[in-house]
Design a binder for this molecule. Structure first.
Ligand SMILES: [Zn+2]
Length: 122
């Protein structure tokens, strides 16, 4: 059994659904939802996700770094990992595909799963 976490939505407790109504008779309140599975591991619903974003997104971007110039996809950073199935749909095969040149290079499953393995220049 996984642990219940509180939704981080700024207005979660203001949505008056029956599942949020908690407490003993005569002392009931609408409360922030608790869930074992949350969107982005933080929110009970898309509505609560949006509420948080609407309130905090500018501060979050300023904190983590704002894009101030257009980014460019070039041959040097256009490699993406993909997989496909063989003709019998029995085995997966893995490839690196360059989205600019369309060149393909084979990958092992371990390289595919390794988030640090890349052909892209950093
Ligand atoms: Zn919520």
């Amino acid at each position: 059994m996984s642990e219940l976490k509180l939704c981080q939505g700024t207005s979660c407790h203001q949505y008056t659904t029956q599942d949020r109504l908690k407490g003993t008779k005569g002392n009931k309140t609408f409360q922030t939802r608790r869930r074992s599975n949350l969107l982005f591991d933080e929110f009970c619903s898309q509505h609560c996700t949006h509420d948080w974003i609407a309130q905090y997104i500018t501060r979050a971007i300023d904190h983590f770094g704002r894009t101030t110039e257009a980014k460019h996809l070039t041959e040097q950073n256009a490699w993406v990992k993909q997989y496909d199935w063989d003709s019998n749909y029995q085995n997966r095969f893995y490839v690196y595909v360059n989205k600019i040149t369309k060149e393909q290079r084979p990958l092992t499953e371990q390289q595919y799963d390794d988030n640090n393995y890349t052909l892209n220049e950093r």
